[in-house]
Design a protein around this ligand. Structure first.
Ligand SMILES: Cc1ncc(COP(=O)(O)O)c(C=O)c1O
Length: 467
């Protein structure tokens, strides 16, 4: 054994370096909106924050969101292990970059990219960023075409249904593109081919087709829209590409409607986005966007980052981002495979169809969709039911924690108020039946207790549901 000797006098008072977060201070006063002067014990801080959050709704009973609210414990563990990895540090975390590459390849297959087309894509924070990148590629390509032909390139427009998600309105405002909305009308609640083509001209950078309208879960007919644009090109010469916003459907159609032609099988589809965190079954924070060929993605939108002594092309709006969601997406692909995704989504669809069928039988409701496309459906009160509204029912369902949103449709159909139910993994048939019995009960209550109009400020709050 080695012998040790007492250190000399001058070293006796040397101190250990203690990580500042190990210091345990006790503090009773925590200002609500300013940074506290002192630290708090970690357990105390945890309890304080948890206490604040108990008023949040129960995520599993949230039938409003499309976003994943349950993952397996193994996925949660993996995400915790990867949450410190920065997606942008390709050099430091080359295997996370490799998992992203595999996911892009898996998706290019699921979305039927033609063999050898070199379909190119990346992960994003969600579909909003995917849509923004898809829209930018359309804009850049249109501008380059116009400039090369010596034509005016200052008045771009984008054609879409008024049922688009707000991210497209954002895209148009941020990039000064004129949004050309095709309004919803009774009996046509999403974009169709003829209406889309009629809005296009030489300044149209593209048409957005939504695979799974946020409003009612219905698929827009990508093939029909595309064929209408083929005719437009033959007649007027405008070659208008299609971007498919497959936020939800991009992860549903390949499993539930494999024969539906909505993806790169349709030649006019230039790009597709989808949310990994919706029916890709990952917790919030991941989306995907893919272009049919490398030239659908203009070179001057691409930035190169250091990667293993070389350069890796990137296209993103933000820089740092956790790697956890991408690892979790790959986990799901490995864990579920084609069969597993199909089983999960089929179960959701069975529940959605059961729910919509039973809701139709209650009496006062009219279904707008049934859940045959996405496992999502919308319904309204029959026109002759005037003594209460879907907002009243939505509020009463809250009493047991059910979150079923009620909202009005966009411009031209703002008089139509609907409820929408999004069935996700984890919303079982048992839960569906419990919801049904509560709905029957509340409908009976409302029929016997006609509701009065609440004051305007409450009405305003009721309609402020955002998709
Ligand atoms: C059709 C559609 N596009 C885009 C989005 C935005 O997606 P994200 O929340 O992933 O940004 C949504 C969200 O519901 C959507 O339904």
């Amino acid at each position: 054994m080695p012998l040790h000797t007492q250190v000399d006098e001058s070293s006796q008072d040397e101190e250990l370096n203690v990580n500042p977060v190990y210091v345990q201070e006790v503090s009773w006063e925590i200002p609500r909106y300013r940074l506290p002067e002192h630290s708090t014990l970690p357990r105390t801080a945890l309890q304080i924050v948890r206490d604040e959050l108990i008023l949040d709704g129960n995520a599993r009973l949230n039938l409003a969101t499309f976003v994943t609210t349950w993952m397996e414990p193994e996925a949660e563990l993996l995400m915790a292990e990867c949450s410190a990895k920065n997606m942008i540090d390709k050099d430091e975390y080359p295997q996370t970059a490799e998992l992203e590459r595999r996911c892009v390849n898996i998706l290019s297959n699921l979305w039927n990219a033609p063999p050898g087309s070199e379909a190119t894509g990346c992960s994003t924070t969600g579909s909003s960023e995917g849509c923004m990148l898809g829209g930018m590629a359309l804009l850049w390509r249109w501008r380059a075409r116009r400039q090369a032909a010596g034509l005016d390139a200052t008045k771009p427009n984008l054609v879409m249904g008024s049922n688009v998600q707000v991210c497209w309105e954002k895209f148009c405002r941020y990039w000064q593109v004129e949004p050309r909305y095709v309004p919803m009308v009774p009996g046509r609640l999403h974009l169709r081919g003829a209406e889309a083509a009629a809005k296009c001209d030489e300044n149209t950078i593209g048409v957005v087709a939504i695979l799974g309208s946020t409003m009612d879960g219905s698929y827009e007919p990508v093939l029909e829209i595309s064929q209408a644009l083929d005719r437009l090109q033959a007649e007027q010469g405008h070659d208008v590409p299609v971007h498919v916003d497959g936020a939800s459907g991009g992860f549903v159609a390949p499993f539930l409607q494999p024969d539906l032609e909505w993806d790169f099988r349709v030649p006019r589809v230039a790009s597709i986005n989808a949310s990994g965190h919706k029916y890709g079954l990952v917790y919030p924070g991941v989306g995907w966007v893919m272009w049919r060929t490398p030239d659908a993605l203009p070179e001057d939108l691409i930035f190169r980052v250091n990667y293993l002594g070389g350069e890796m092309p990137t296209f993103a709006l933000n820089f740092s981002r956790p790697g956890a969601q991408v690892a979790a997406q790959y986990f799901n692909f490995v864990r579920l495979g084609h069969q597993g995704y199909r089983r999960v989504h089929q179960t959701c669809q069975d529940v959605a169809l059961h729910l919509s069928g039973e809701i139709a039988k209650i009496g006062p409701f009219e279904l707008l969709t049934e859940g045959k496309d996405l496992p999502v459906f919308a319904f309204k009160l029959r026109d002759d039911v005037t003594s209460y509204s879907v907002f009243d029912l939505s509020e009463r369902l809250r009493m047991r924690g059910w979150q079923v949103p009620a909202y009005t449709f966009p411009a031209d159909l703002t008089d139509t108020a609907v409820m929408r139910i999004v069935v996700r993994n984890g919303f079982s048939m048992d839960l569906a039946n419990l919801l049904l019995s509560d709905m029957r009960l509340h409908v009976r209550f409302l029929e016997h207790h006609p509701q009065t109009q609440p004051p305007p400020e409450i009405q305003q709050m009721r309609q402020s549901f955002k998709h």
